[in-house]
Design a protein around this ligand. Structure first.
Ligand code: ZN
Ligand code: ZN
Length: 375
């Protein structure tokens, strides 16, 4: 008897090394880790060790692999690069060279065939499926020649796997042993090793799956990427993915002052310490222009509806819509003209235009909610 699901799996393309590694990590994280905690309990040392490795590895991926090496959104001195490369390896997400090549393809071909974690192939494909199967044919790594010139990057590419096992599993087990003998070593391996790899990997995977599914699109609906404050909590601030896809070279993902973006705060702090420099920021006017453009596109979509706003919501709502829409068009023209002519734009003008744009966006969201077909 044949089981339908098993016959549909392209066995010839399975990436066995990665698949077995992921199966072992995920199984141990949901079986051996709770059993260990139940049997031995938790102490501050094991919790501290887990947090240290979780934060260091997580930031090495978001600050290092992502914003520094993939997008060149700032420059870093050797100690920062080396830390990101050593602890980034410990996430078991491949070498920085491989990671950046995939990630640059993701940005270039987002939502299309050559996007390695293309969300249009399904949520599970974007989350983890793309790692379990090899692409046929494999795409060339011809988009990371700049990184190949970096000796530290090439050193990490060569030693990535031994580094990951030695620092990612060996060091926590050794420190655990020094703290509390064999049971401490087991705890270090399972908590700061296995559970930490599990947590960091899924937080990275969420960026490719949930951040292309859940949230809103204030800057552009050109691709599936979305902004979500909740996702930012689990991804060291990478949840503001709509902004990131629109302005990928900005060192900030959460561009607003109130956005939870620990990666941005760390880069800013490292700059104050003289360890990083040349932070790239998109000018406020350009960001606002994108927001206005997206609001205009949504307003046009509303007007395409067969049912007029007045017929469904009454004349008062229609008048408000017309008024705000006209203000938006005028503001957009003024801002675009000022930017083309490189005229200095006052902070007050930017703030007023931003406030009016968001007022209109709130109205559009209200209309979308109450008239689902219009979304
Ligand atoms: Zn993305
Ligand atoms: Zn990116």
């Amino acid at each position: 008897m044949q089981i339908p699901l098993l016959t549909r799996i392209p066995w010839g393309r399975v990436n066995w090394t990665t698949s077995i590694f992921l199966a072992v990590i995920n199984t141990l994280a949901v079986t051996a880790v709770p059993l260990y905690i139940w049997h031995y309990g938790l102490d501050w040392f094991q919790v501290g060790l887990f947090l240290f490795f979780y934060i260091t590895t997580g930031l090495s991926i978001t600050l290092g692999y992502h914003r520094l090496f993939s997008h060149l959104s700032f420059k870093a001195k050797a100690p920062v690069k080396l830390t990101a490369l050593v602890f980034g390896a410990c996430a078991f997400e491949n070498s920085v060279l491989d990671w950046c090549s995939d990630h640059r393809k993701h940005h270039k071909h987002v939502d299309h065939e050559d996007d390695p974690y293309d969300i249009t192939k399904g949520f599970m494909w974007a989350h983890i499926g793309w790692l379990l199967f090899k692409l046929s044919p494999e795409l060339p790594m011809d988009n990371v020649n700049d990184l190949r010139r970096d000796k530290l990057v090439m050193w990490q590419h060569r030693w990535c796997i031994p580094l990951a096992f030695a620092v990612g599993f060996g060091v926590p087990a050794l420190l655990g042993y020094l703290w509390n003998g064999p049971s401490g070593a087991l705890g270090g391996f399972l908590l700061a090793g296995v559970l930490r790899v599990f947590a960091v990997q899924h937080s990275t995977f969420f960026i490719n799956s949930l951040c292309h599914t859940v949230g809103n699109q204030p800057y552009s609906a050109r691709c599936s990427a979305r902004d979500s404050a909740i996702m930012a909590l689990f991804t060291f601030g990478e949840g503001y993915h709509n902004y990131h896809h629109e302005f990928q070279h900005d060192y900030r993902n959460g561009v607003k002052k109130t956005n939870f973006d620990p990666t941005k705060w760390t880069i800013w702090t490292l700059e104050k310490l003289g360890l990083v420099s040349d932070l790239r920021r998109v000018p406020d006017g350009k960001i606002l222009l994108a927001e206005m453009n997206e609001a205009r596109r949504r307003a046009e979509a509303q007007l395409q509806q067969p049912e007029s706003i007045a017929a469904v919501f009454g004349h008062q709502m229609h008048e408000m819509f017309d008024h705000l829409s006209a203000r938006l068009a005028a503001n957009y023209e003024a801002l675009e003209k000022a930017m083309t002519e490189q005229v200095e734009i006052s902070r007050q003008a930017i703030e007023r235009w931003r406030r009016e744009t968001r007022e209109f966006t709130a109205l559009l969201s209200d209309l979308d909610r109450r008239l689902p077909a219009a979304a």
